[in-house]
Design a protein around this ligand. Structure first.
Ligand code: MN
Length: 134
């Protein structure tokens, strides 16, 4: 079974592109356009991976990542920051805030899914120690 991915993104074009790529590769997508909604939705849907835009309205991505990490239910869920290539400090700050890794914007449709799957496989090995066909 393919994983369920929560996409937190306030830019409609990016949200559309990411959703399209994930759906095309068979993933279930849950969308949220701000951090508070994302946390509520995550509690209800238990995503396998979270894609997190850093520049969000109201609550920024660093705060959203910290909030997720403070919940035991999300302690080991991969959180991938989606950071602007130009914003060099964002990557380090994302990791400090609890993100597992980052993918750079603009989204490259050819490398996006392989990069994301790298993080899904990391979690798989960490949680059950063996490779499962998910
Ligand atoms: Mn944004």
């Amino acid at each position: 079974m393919k994983a369920k991915v929560l996409v937190i993104e306030d830019n409609e074009q990016n949200l559309y592109l990411i959703t399209f790529l994930l759906n095309y590769h068979g993933y279930d997508v849950i969308q949220a356009r701000d951090g508070l909604t994302a946390i509520q939705v995550a509690m209800e849907t238990k995503p396998d991976l979270i894609l997190l835009d850093i520049q969000l309205p109201e609550m920024d991505g660093y705060t959203v990542a910290s909030r997720f990490r403070s919940e035991s239910a999300f302690a080991d869920v991969p959180i991938i920051a989606v950071t602007s290539y130009a914003m060099v400090g964002d990557r380090e700050r994302s990791i400090e805030a609890g993100c597992t890794g980052y993918i750079e914007k603009p989204i490259d449709p050819d490398t996006f899914i392989p990069e994301l799957e790298k993080y899904l496989s990391i979690r798989r090995k960490d949680t059950d120690g063996k490779d499962t066909d998910r």
